[in-house]
Design a protein around this ligand. Structure first.
Ligand code: NAD
Length: 284
C-alpha cells in the first residue's frame, strides 16, 4: 500500500477561501473586519517568522491584524499592561502572545490573563477545560487543524484506536481531548512510556507531536492507519523533519501528512477560524 498524501497546504487554502468569503460578506453588511492582535516580546528569529506568517494570513482573508512588539527586557508588568489593554479593545477579537517568552516573564500568568473569550490560541485553562467537558469554546489551533485534516480523509473515525505521541499542554493533551470527543479510543504516549512501538502498532490514527526526527519507525505503523506528523525540527542543513520515518510509514499508511506542508498550514488556519468565531460571537 502507498498512502495518499494529506496535503495541509491544499486543504488550508480551500478552507481559507471560505473564511475570506465570510469576511467579505460581513464587511458588505457594514460590520468591521475580524481583528487579531499579536504580542511579540524580543527578537527570537523563529518567532518573528511565525508572527509575520500570521499577519500575512490575516491580510489574505481580509482580517485586521496588528503587532505589539515589546523589547527583549520587557517586564512582567509591561506585558500584562499590553494584554489588559488588548482585552479591553472592542475592535480586537483575538489576542495572542507569541511564545517562547524571555526567561524573566511568567508565560502561564500571561496565558491566564488573556480574556478567555479572546484566547484564539485556545491555551487558557478555561478553553482547555471546555474541551475536556465536551463543550469546546476556543480550541487549540494545532489540534483543531489535525481534526480538519482527519475530516478531509472522509474516513469515519468514531470508535477507532488513536495513539498520540507527546503530551504537551499545547499539542498532545488537547489532541487527546479532541479525539476523545470524536469518539476514538485514545492512548497518549510520552517520554516515560515503556513501549512506544506497541502503542504505535495498535493505532488506526497516529498523531506524533514530539520534535525528535525519526523517533517513530515507519515499520511500526499499522497497515491502513492515518498518520499525522505534527513534529517539526530543522536540521543543520536547514531542512525540516518530522518525528515519523516518512518513506517507510508511507508504504503502510492509508493517509499521511508531509513535513512541511501537512499540519503547519492547518495550525495557521485554526487561528483564523478561531478569530472569525470570536468576531461572529461578538456580532451576535
Ligand atoms: P513539547 O516539547 O512541549 O512536548 C514534547 C512531548 O514529547 C512531551 O510530552 C514529551 O513527553 C514527549 N516526548 C519526548 N521524548 C519522547 C519519546 N522519546 N517518546 C515519546 N514521547 C516523547 O513540544 P510541543 O510544543 O508539543 O511540540 C512538539 C513538536 O511539534 C515540535 O517539533 C514542535 O515544533 C511541533 N509543533 C508543530 C506545530 C505545527 O503547526 N506543525 C505546532 C506546534 C508544535
Amino acid at each position: 500500500m502507498t498512502a495518499q498524501i494529506l496535503n495541509g497546504n491544499r486543504i488550508a487554502k480551500q478552507l481559507r477561501q471560505g473564511i475570506a468569503e465570510q469576511t467579505t460578506q460581513l464587511i458588505a453588511k457594514g460590520y468591521r473586519a475580524p481583528g487579531l492582535a499579536v504580542v511579540l516580546v524580543g527578537d527570537d528569529p523563529a518567532s518573528h517568522v511565525y508572527v509575520s506568517h500570521k499577519q500575512r494570513d490575516c491580510a489574505q482573508v481580509g482580517f485586521h491584524s496588528e503587532l505589539l512588539h515589546l523589547p527583549n527586557d520587557a517586564t512582567q508588568q509591561q506585558l500584562e499592561d499590553a494584554v489588559t489593554g488588548l482585552n479591553a479593545r472592542k475592535d480586537i477579537d483575538g489576542v495572542l502572545v507569541q511564545v517562547p517568552l524571555p526567561d524573566q516573564l511568567d508565560a502561564q500568568r500571561i496565558v491566564e490573563l488573556i480574556d478567555p473569550s479572546k484566547d484564539v490560541d485556545g491555551f487558557h485553562p478555561y478553553n482547555l477545560g471546555r474541551l475536556a467537558i465536551r463543550q469546546p469554546a476556543l480550541r487549540p489551533c494545532t489540534a483543531r487543524g489535525v481534526m480538519a485534516l482527519l475530516e478531509a480523509t472522509n474516513i469515519p473515525i468514531r470508535g477507532l484506536d488513536a495513539t498520540i505521541v507527546g503530551a504537551s499542554n499545547h499539542v498532545g493533551r488537547p489532541m487527546g481531548l479532541e479525539l476523545l470527543l470524536a469518539g476514538c479510543t485514545v492512548t497518549t504516549a510520552h517520554k516515560f512510556s515503556k513501549n512506544l512501538a506497541a502503542n504505535v502498532q495498535n493505532a488506526d490514527i497516529l498523531v506524533s507531536a514530539v520534535g525528535k526526527p525519526g523517533l517513530i519507525d515507519g515499520n511500526w505503523v499499522k497497515p491502513g492507519a492515518i498518520v499525522v506528523d505534527v513534529g517539526i525540527t530543522r536540521d543543520d542543513q536547514g531542512k525540516l523533519n518530522g518525528d515519523i520515518q516518512f518513506e517507510a510509514a508511507k508504504q503502510r499508511a492509508s493517509w499521511i501528512t508531509p513535513v512541511p506542508g501537512g499540519v503547519g498550514p492547518m495550525t495557521r488556519l485554526g487561528l483564523l477560524q478561531n478569530t472569525l468565531q470570536v468576531a461572529l460571537q461578538q456580532l451576535r
